[in-house]
Design a binder for this molecule. Sequence first.
Ligand SMILES: Nc1nc2c(ncn2[C@@H]2O[C@H](COP(=O)(O)OP(=O)(O)OP(=O)(O)O)[C@@H](O)[C@H]2O)c(=O)[nH]1
Ligand SMILES: [Mg+2]
Ligand SMILES: [Zn+2]
Length: 366
Amino acid sequence: MAKRKRPGKKKRSTVRERDWEANQDIAFSHDLSRHRRALAKLPEHSSYASLPSTGFLPNAVVISHSRKWAFVETMSSHHPLPGEGEGTCLCLIDERLQEDEESLLAPGDRVLVEMVEEQPVIRGVAPRLTRLARCAGGEDRLRQQVIAANVDILVIVASPVHPPFRPGLVDRFLIAAQQGGVTPLLCINKIDLAEKPPKEVKFYRELGLEIFITSCVTGEGLERLRDRLSATTSVLAGHSGVGKSSILNRLDPNLRVLTRELSESTNKGRHATTAAVLYELQDDIRVIDTPGIRSLGLWNLSPEEVAFYFPEIAALSGACKFRNCTHTHETACAVKEALDTGGVTRQRYESYKRVRACLETGGTRT
Ligand SMILES: Nc1nc2c(ncn2[C@@H]2O[C@H](COP(=O)(O)OP(=O)(O)OP(=O)(O)O)[C@@H](O)[C@H]2O)c(=O)[nH]1
Ligand SMILES: [Mg+2]
Ligand SMILES: [Zn+2]
């Protein structure tokens, strides 16, 4: 299990303030995320007390969970569990909480745990300040699956080869990050396997996305990533096999997260990481490791809204001839004109069209 080290409150709010100012100009931190960041800066007591319908102070944070059970870390400083100090405990989840249309719990959720006949039970979930969410697949199509709750940063992890770089997935993560009020950054791992980063990285950098080029083999770029994640809560997400868990093991040598080699003999063909888990690392880093995903179904998004989440396309929309231009088939479209001059890259434009087309046909994923 991860080491426990509770960050000093004062330090955390100072860092958030600095990030907040530093991020003012980042294209992917639009008003919604600024608003949520401002909320996140409030002392925890006052933000919960001001929420009308909750009426409780959370006393634990979810580390991981299944349908019925959750592993939590208690926060004794807030609202101690009877007879419990600060530490981790396994809780039953109150069945009445299951009726919500959202996935019930996610790592990072702040919850109320009460003792019922000596059994800790989760009785309430506090409203989420930020989230990384996707559309749940299969029978649960109409539900939202929250992958991580109350995180400051989404680290989109990708690799140049093995598996190959997939910009379409990066674009979908960028949309989900903006929807959830989370600041995204892009980490290109396994750089030791390629001569240089994928060509698209240049455009993402120009768009204001922070880029980290790393290798778990040579150690390149990991110090910089560690500095960036210090005193924050983040979630690592991306395709299976890009090295998310390996990065965590490198950021904190005391951590032993299962990676692919170890699982291969017993778990052939399966992902190394099978459930999202919150870890507390040295340097005051809190990170949620997630299982690799092939595609990211977007939640609660209409085709008309897609352009809003592509900042470079949104910026040009006002110059199109038609106010309701979809930038797909119309004449005198400033976005299509910018394709020739380089203001919008072909890859991002194709990605925009794919996401839109997918939503128009009622699908959620590419
Ligand atoms: N060459 C090279 N291999 C790496 C690097 N990082 C991770 N790997 C290897 O890539 C494989 C997958 O690593 P994991 O850390 O399990 O990948 P993951 O993203 O956590 O995968 P899932 O848990 O399935 O989503 C392992 O064999 C790692 O040793 C790297 O920077 N360079
Ligand atoms: Mg993993
Ligand atoms: Zn247009």
